[in-house]
Design a protein around this ligand. Structure first.
Ligand code: UFG
Length: 330
């Protein structure tokens, strides 16, 4: 069968596109390369790439009419930064919500039955308790989280009128790199914690901690870092599950291990063997203090088994990728 992967030239999308293709699927990536990397096309020779927006009806109609064997869409594309969403709320609604609605309408019109959606821990807002399971209330505190929750809320209604069956995966913090060092995290500008710490280690520049006065054990934000290949594997399982007729629904996806910024920093110092200088800065707007997942449900329902849970292993893989790609993809 053929799987359409939107945003497959990005970090999570490229690792997942490769994992799906490795299972013998035909994979088509649709990416406008606004944040994705053209070089990834050369790194994934078995994958077909189409340049364009996932919200462009003409492109979607063209793809779905010509590639009749497409039975599933894995939707990574969109805007993904919590901090940016606070500055550009309308763009997040337009791209992540309205754009995704267009994609879903075209899927329904062309009888594309399966939809795997990149949702987010950001849909939960401030955690009432951790780990966060699927029953935890979803009260996003930034437009990014709002846009993801809005799509989640819409999916059952669309399914009721002929829209696709769906599995939404609420990622906690994707991190690390492919074990073979081919694919990893490159954003321009980079805003994410682990690459920023490792960039500071590599270049000798200072790393900024955004907030040391949170209500956490050491005062810095706690997150749940999940290895990118474990995350990709969950999509493979979700695809197979939908094809077997598995119920539609949503799953939290993380390691279940809390790591504060200071703990990530200390682990990075151990992995790199380098002292990393730090500047304590003010809080970044929109950041919840703690996001840690319970992934029991996906482990139970889809038999997901993370392989690289150790934070040091995650950081080692990211560090190997960064040293091999100090200037990103070239
Ligand atoms: N941080 C720093 N310094 C930096 C970068 C980040 O202190 O240079 C802090 C942030 O303020 C935050 C934590 O490190 O407290 C993690 O920040 P990231 O930017 O790495 O990740 P976020 O938790 O903000 O967001 C990520 C993804 C989102 C996703 C979310 C789910 O970017 O798409 O995880 O938890 F929704």
């Amino acid at each position: 069968m053929t799987v359409l992967v939107t945003g497959g030239a990005g970090y999570i999308g490229s690792v997942t596109a490769r994992a799906i293709e490795a299972r013998g699927e035909h994979v088509i990536v649709l990416d406008n390369f606004s944040t994705g990397h053209r070089q990834i096309e050369g790194l994934l020779p078995g994958v077909d790439f189409i340049e364009g927006d996932y919200s462009d009806r003409d492109i979607l109609q063209n793809i779905f009419s010509k590639k009749r064997a497409i039975d599933a869409v894995i939707h990574f594309a969109g805007m993904t930064l919590v901090g940016e969403s606070m500055d550009r709320p309308s763009d997040y609604v337009r791209m992540n919500f309205v754009g995704t609605l267009t994609l879903l309408e075209e899927m329904a019109a062309r009888n594309v039955h399966h939809f795997i959606f990149s949702s987010s821990a950001a849909t939960f807002g401030v955690a009432e308790q951790v780990p966060i399971d699927e029953k935890h209330p979803q009260r996003p505190i930034n437009p990014y989280g709002w846009s993801k929750k809005a799509v989640e809320d819409l999916l059952p209604y669309l399914k009721g009128v002929g829209g696709p069956a769906y599995i939404g995966l609420r990622y906690f913090n994707a991190a690390g790199a492919a074990r073979d060092g081919l694919l990893g995290e490159v954003h321009r500008p980079e805003t994410h914690l682990i690459p920023n710490i490792l960039n500071a280690a590599l270049t000798g520049s200072a790393f900024h901690i955004f907030g040391t006065d949170y209500p956490t054990d050491d005062g810095t934000c706690e997150r749940d870092y999940i290895h990118i290949e474990d995350l990709a594997e969950a999509h493979v399982l979700a695809l197979y599950a939908l094809r077997r007729g598995h119920d539609s629904g949503f799953y939290n996806l993380g390691n279940g291990q809390r790591a504060s910024i200071l703990r990530v920093l200390e682990t990075a110092r151990c992995v790199t063997g380098l002292s990393i200088s730090v500047i304590e800065s003010i809080r970044r707007p929109g950041d919840p203090p703690i996001l840690v997942a319970s992934s029991d449900r996906i482990k139970h329902d889809l038999n997901w088994k993370p392989q690289r849970e150790d934070l040091a292993v995650i950081i080692e893989d990211a560090w190997r990728f960064l040293r091999e790609h100090p200037d990103g993809y070239r």
